[in-house]
Ligand binder design. Structure first.
Ligand code: GLV
Length: 264
């Protein structure tokens, strides 16, 4: 580390002042991600180290995954699959395996940036009503209208635990929370309680806090919960393009040139 001049960082790498102090020759940080909450941007700026990211190339893949989670939670796909696999599919039941309608439902998109807008486009195709919530909007009022909520703001000190006990209490008992943003956006203890007490309908998470989420984490005991291992951008094309952008950032930084994809 002491002689490193370039750093290719993963979302699980914490790039903090201690790390930067241990790498005094660092000239560029290329994050293999579009989010930068793993990096102390002020500390990098103070040392004059540019930070590059991988925008756009993962937008559609992540929006696809958000929609896959929404559909899977709404229509209880994992439970149904497990029932079939366990030999519990006995007959066709008129009132069996009932889930939530997606068409016609209201989807609240918190943080309507690139990925949030890509989710909105998909929701339009499913005839959903879309409510966008930006920084200055009344989050709780929007949550009270939601059948589904999809989270997309960047994780910052201001958005940490944006979905806390009060936000969960504002949601209706059938509403489903989808998080493909960052685990820290949600107070997971409050989420586990809300699920356990049936105060919301379900949650489908691609991201958790911490990552990886230990198998013994109490959250995983909650009902109506689906968790996948941070796979929003995990398609062959998106990951290849993320690699290309990261390498372009890295090489430009090492050459002392402006990064082609600097952090915004
Ligand atoms: C992945 O989570 C990213 O921020 O690119």
């Amino acid at each position: 580390m002491a002689s490193a001049e370039g750093l290719l960082a993963m979302v699980t790498d914490r790039v903090d002042p201690a790390l930067l102090d241990a790498a005094p020759h660092l000239r560029v940080i290329a994050n293999f991600a579009v989010g930068t909450d793993n990096i102390d941007l002020d500390a990098a700026r103070a040392r004059g180290i540019p930070v590059g990211v991988t925008p756009d190339v993962l937008t559609d893949a992540t929006a696809d995954l958000a929609f896959a989670l929404l559909l899977a939670a709404a229509r209880r796909l994992i439970e149904g699959h497990e029932a079939v696999r366990d030999g519990r599919w006995r007959t066709w039941e008129p009132a069996g395996w009932l889930g939530a309608d997606v068409h016609g439902a209201t989807l609240v998109i918190v943080g309507a940036g690139r990925i949030g807008e890509a989710v909105a486009r998909r929701a339009g195709g499913f005839d959903m009503e879309i409510v966008r919530v930006g920084r200055d909007d009344d989050l709780h009022a929007a949550l009270a209208r939601a059948d589904f909520v999809s989270l997309h703001p960047p994780l910052t000190p201001a958005t940490r635990h944006l979905i806390d006990a009060a936000a969960l209490a504002a949601m209706r008992p059938h509403a489903i929370l989808v998080n493909t943003g960052r685990g820290g956006l949600v107070d997971q203890e409050a989420l586990a309680r809300a699920l356990g007490e049936g105060r919301i309908g379900g949650a489908a998470l691609d991201v958790t806090d911490p990552e990886p989420l230990p198998a013994a984490d109490p959250l995983l005991q909650a009902p109506n919960l689906l968790v996948v291992p941070h796979i929003g951008s995990a398609t062959h094309t998106a990951r290849r393009r993320m690699a290309e952008l990261s390498v372009a950032n890295l090489l430009a930084g090492l050459a002392g040139e402006p990064l082609p994809h600097p952090v915004g």
